[in-house]
Design a protein around this ligand. Structure first.
Ligand code: PGA
Length: 249
């Protein structure tokens, strides 16, 4: 089955709005003609509007890196789904390992955000992945089950079209060491099975790989069965490396 492909940039706390605009202008000067492929850019919150105002290609979409699940109110420093929609966001990254492990987000926080995103029409990019000691203790499957179940179990209005998944083994993020092809293939297959057991069509849901993706390994990673694109951190900060990764699709 042909699933949609995504080349997604997670800029984290990098690039000012001005640098972000320069990036998209440079990116758009290239041909972005890959069929069935969408570029997603997740800048900092403060860069969203400037980027939206400078997008000229329909196959580039905006994502937020996070949001808060309440609609509005006394939540100093937080940002709501409506605010993101107003800035042109279509996507939201949820459960990124830095949110989980640096900021202490729990599976239940992520579920609340998942529910609110769906209710508001933002599409989650649900990030899941095991830590190194979990992999070494053979707990990868158990962790993926927990993370997927807690986000997705029992949702009534959620279908396979409403979200995508990013498999990001924590030990491969920002370390320069990507997972091996076998690990990636096995994890993606496992995730499809878990999604199906939760009542979704696992074969229809795009699953991205993330963790030290760069131009030198993207072609090989992209050829792995079940990989529908990437969520890219470090290598997404430079237009030419990001574009080279896109070209490997
Ligand atoms: P990385 O980050 O590409 O720098 O490893 C990936 C991510 O955190 O999404």
């Amino acid at each position: 089955m042909t699933r949609h492909k995504y080349c997604a940039a997670n800029w984290k706390m990098n690039l000012t709005p001005t640098q972000g605009v320069n990036f998209v202008q440079d990116l758009q000067s290239n041909a972005l003609m890959k069929e069935n492929t969408t570029v997603i850019i997740a800048p900092s919150y403060v860069g969203l509007t400037a980027l939206r105002n400078n997008l000229t290609k329909e196959n580039i979409e905006l994502s937020s890196q996070n949001f808060y699940f309440e609609d509005k109110g006394a939540f100093t420093g937080e940002i709501s789904a409506d605010m993101l929609l107003d800035c042109g966001c279509k996507w939201v990254i949820l459960g990124h390992s830095e949110r989980r492990h640096v900021f202490g987000e729990s599976n239940s926080d992520i579920r609340k955000k998942f529910d609110k995103a769906l209710q508001k029409g933002l599409k989650p990019i649900l990030c899941i992945g095991e830590k190194l000691h979990e992999r070494e203790s053979n707990l990868t499957r158990e962790i993926l089950v927990q993370q997927l179940e807690s986000a997705l179990k029992g949702l009534t209005d959620c279908t396979s079209d409403h979200f995508i998944v990013a498999y990001e083994p924590v030990w491969a993020i920002g370390t320069g060491v990507s997972a091996t092809n076998e690990m990636v293939e096995e994890a993606h297959e496992m995730i499809r099975g878990i999604l199906s057991s939760l009542g979704y069509d696992g074969n229809r849901i795009s699953i991205l790989y993330g963790g030290s993706v760069k131009p030198s390994n993207s072609g090989e990673l992209m050829s792995i069965s079940g990989v529908d694109g990437f969520l890219i951190g470090g290598a997404s900060l430079d237009v030419s490396s990001f574009y080279k990764i896109y070209e490997s699709f």
